[in-house]
Design a protein around this ligand. Sequence first.
Ligand code: ISL
Ligand code: CA
Length: 548
Amino acid sequence: MNKRAWWKEAIVYQIYPRSFKDSNGDGVGDLRGIISELDYIQSLGVNAVWLNPIFKSPNDDGGYDISDYFTIQPEFGTMADFDELLKALHARGLRLIMDLVLNHSSDEHEWFQKSRASKENPYRDYYFWKPGKNSSPPNNWPSFFGGSAWQLDPVTNEYYLHLFSRKQPDLNWENPRLREEVYQVMKFWLDKGVDGLRLDVISAISKRTDFPDTDTNDFNETIRKYYSNGPRLREFIADARKQVWDHYDVMTVGEGPGITPQNALDYLDEQHGLNMIFHFGHMFMDQGPGGRFDPIPWTLQDFKQIFKTWNDTFAQRGWGSIFLGNHDFPRMVSRWGDDQIYWKQSSQLLCTLLMTMPGTPFVYMGDEIGMTNIRLKQISESQDIETKTGWLEAKKRGVSEDQFLKAVNYAGRDNSRTPMQWNGSQYAGFSTHTPWMLVNPNHTELNVAAQEGENDSILHYFRSLTNLRKENPALIYGTYQPVDCEEERIFLYFREWHQEKFMIVLNFSSEVINLPKQAAIRGKRVIGNYPAGSADIVRPWEAVVVKC
Ligand code: ISL
Ligand code: CA
């Protein structure tokens, strides 16, 4: 487990290209925009960049519906721009991780166009087609975005499977020809010198081909039982590794709902598996049976338990990841911190957690300056298919717009997709044109430029943290020892490696807390978000890292 590797020592900065920086004034972020901000990215002290999908796409689901895997989305630029970006990243010692969506394609992909044309054509089995049952869909599976996961196609009068939107038909990995096509896609990008692959919804690539009805109304349980971890999953991953990944110096990180501590190790076989996975325990802890738009309260007790369980799991095999937000979830400070009074302190505390936990940290753009959720005033302001279709379904159940908006403003994906806040000017320095998505009105104060000029800003603190992690192998390879603290608002853990030991004390509350003996700050404070204070007290949302 402690064998060194670049991706274990990496700090990954996740960029949602549509919202990072617009270079040509059309309101849409693009590759040249990223190129123009490489100094900034490098200044953060990160050493890898993950780009959300940048392939040609009708953009039904933020580019997760790819119509051509070999072409750059024209709004984002050209292949020449991509080549330049990759070269420029490498010249600065930054690695590039691409986001491949291979569980499904766009319905506008040539494969699907051919597949839908007739029952006999050679592309038919690139997707899943079934006749209906008494003029209803083949089974009762719900899609992630509401409604049935099956769509009737009039051309052949059969249904096709789409776990996500109707414009994202699922690819049939049972078909060896399809798998071969998928390998060609991977090789194309790896031959260009891409360093890592994030594999979207890898947990669902092996389907239960008997397609049994789900027997539960709990959506996350349906995912675990029916959509993910299918019978041939390990075989498909092992084959991709043997045919493709083993021939390159590439890191693979698997994404997917339904990965649990019980089955995670299946994905991480050292000879045949992925290098890393994302785990979603904490990301789903505040979802009720209805999923994302059915929020329930979370507790710090559960939060700590989830990290304990996952870190114990990764201690057995493979390697973990740590993230507190991405393009699919609300902003970390609005969710786990306090985005009002203690906005700065709680953002810094969450960054401290990210940089001191085991596993490779993935930092979502904007979290290094504490960007917050946006409050939509009406559903029509949403740019997210999940929210739009979720609302159509909710309306049918008699939910009011106000009620639904509340859930959307708490949990919706628009929260994390607002344009990056570079400065206080009209469009936050993101663009010179009305952006594709609302800019958070708080950009007038909350922005990169303001924090560059402020010594104790979240941004400067973040940079110190990335340095700290890179300089201390104990924070990367060290063991994880959480302490069951008597004071339950405190998250307390140790990291230890070769006689080097760090204690991390995080006050997840807006109160001043008297530390119990076990948490007293004895030793050298190496970083903290307040000036040094008493050893026995922590202030609201205080974070301290102590070298023991
Ligand atoms: O966000 C989630 C919870 O509602 C996840 O279940 C998420 O939908 C799932 O992890 C898959 O996400 C990925 O694939 C989707 C795409 O919409 C997401 O943006 C992507 O991260 C379909 O390609
Ligand atoms: Ca643009």
